[in-house]
Design a protein around this ligand. Structure first.
Ligand code: CA
Length: 439
């Protein structure tokens, strides 16, 4: 069972000075994992930990003999070019590695290690970040009741929420091959749409390209086919969180989604942020699951336990910004279009994973499970343009006076995520960004 421990101590500081700057996403209390290589080198991708504006190269640490004894196996796992092997090892190993990396970077009596560790640091500015794991399978849920209600009310004003929503976490199987790292440009997809029910379908570049602000969770050890993961064990199966942009072509989606759900409207690209913040790092920011309104059913027993009720949610703050070509030319800062928190989800991340495995479907290390668009109760907290501009009826105005109902070519979408809470050091997930290229 995860608990707050000495690695979360707000007094801890690092000898990497940039990690101690107030507002840094990557203080020593965070220590997220990622995969990178140094630009302009032929070196293979390797596992690293973000600290301030540096990356601790765990491959070099292992080679320098900094992971010994019980950490030897964990060190071996860090020699690979993805996080899958580390994710497969499980909670005890992840915690041991987090403790050790914290020791290596801590500004205290063990600073004696600094000389040995310093050569293992790389400037983030010199690094190219990769998708953190080899994602075998990607599943996208629909866990925000606010999003489901908003979108439902556009399609079915009298009956926005279908009767299964409050009982069963809704999801669909996404496409893993087109998941790209933050910073990768995204080409506007072409596809089939029917703009109007009196017309014949047309084929061409999507005219209703949208983003979806989501959070992804990477699967740890996984489960054997035919077995489930009890809700009580679920958190040892969640490695950590990243930001996800589930780019969506609404016109293609509207025409193709019945009866089997999203297909080509979603599978052309999904962006992920490169740093995976472990569930352990998130521990001080856990909150109760959303309080269900009176009259809503309780989750069925396989999705319910005291831990989920009391600490199943995560107060991960989220922000989405837009930057048009004109804004960048005029050096106007990205414009924040929505702010929200993951705590507004109807289903907790643990419930999503438990449900996913409840039929015996095997989840494997490195699989990605995304929350679905995170929207909250207010207009400002709507997690996609479809909702913010209400299907094109309420355009969003940018600082240059340009308006948006959907994304234009050249628009950059930037997500940020962080946790802050009095008494604890703020930690960040970093950024997930992508520019729209013409079809
Ligand atoms: Ca989605």
């Amino acid at each position: 069972m995860l608990a707050v421990n000495e690695t979360h101590d707000p007094e801890l500081r690092s000898w990497v000075e940039s990690a101690n700057v107030a507002g840094s996403d990557f203080p020593i209390q965070n220590l997220p994992f990622g995969v990178f290589h140094r630009a302009l080198t032929p070196e293979p991708a390797r596992v690293g930990v973000a600290i301030g504006d540096r990356i601790l190269d765990l491959r070099l640490c292992h080679r320098a003999g900094l992971f010994e004894g019980e950490l030897a196996q964990v060190g071996e796992a860090c020699l690979s070019a993805s996080l899958n092997r580390l994710m497969a090892l499980g909670q005890t190993s992840w915690s041991a590695l987090r403790r050790r990396v914290g020791e290596l970077l801590r500004d205290d009596r063990r600073r004696a290690l600094q000389k040995k560790v310093e050569p293992c640091l790389v400037h983030m500015a010199e690094a190219i970040m990769h998708v953190p794991s080899e994602i075998g399978d990607y599943t996208d849920f629909y866990a925000s009741i606010f999003h489901a209600t908003n979108v439902g009310s556009m399609m079915r004003p009298d009956n926005p929420l279908l009767p299964n929503y409050k009982y069963v976490p809704i999801g669909y199987h996404g496409r893993a091959s087109s998941i790209v790292a933050s910073g990768t440009p995204v080409r506007r997809p072409c596809g089939q749409a029917r703009p109007d029910s009196t017309m014949e379908p047309i084929v061409g570049p999507s005219r209703r390209l949208d983003y979806e602000l989501e959070v992804g969770f990477f699967v740890g050890p996984g489960n054997v086919l035919g077995t489930a993961i009890p809700v009580a064990d679920i958190e040892s199966h969640l490695f950590g969180a990243c930001l996800v942009n589930d780019w969506s072509a609404r016109d293609i989606q509207a025409w193709e989604y019945q009866p089997l759900g999203p297909f080509l409207a979603k599978s052309f690209a999904t962006s992920v942020s490169p740093w995976v913040v472990t569930l352990e790092a998130l521990e001080p920011f856990r909150v109760p699951a959303l309080i269900r309104p009176d009259g809503d059913p309780e989750p069925l027993p396989y999705l319910d336990d005291a831990r989920q009720r009391e600490r199943g949610g995560v107060d991960l703050r989220l922000e989405a910004s837009l930057s048009s070509e004109r804004m960048r030319a005029a050096k106007v800062a990205p414009f924040v279009v929505s702010r929200n928190s993951l705590r507004h989800l109807y289903w907790t991340p643990g419930q999503l994973l438990t449900h996913h495995a409840s039929n015996g479907c095997n989840l494997r290390p490195g699989d990605l499970i995304a929350s679905g668009t995170v929207s909250g109760p207010t207009r400002e907290s709507r997690g996609c343009l479809l909702e913010l501009a209400w299907r094109g009826e309420q355009p969003v105005t940018l600082p240059t006076g340009e308006t948006r109902t959907f994304l234009e070519d050249g628009d950059e979408v930037i997500f940020r995520g962080w946790c802050e809470r009095e008494g604890w050091v703020r930690i960040g997930v970093g950024e997930c960004r992508g520019v729209v290229l013409p079809a």
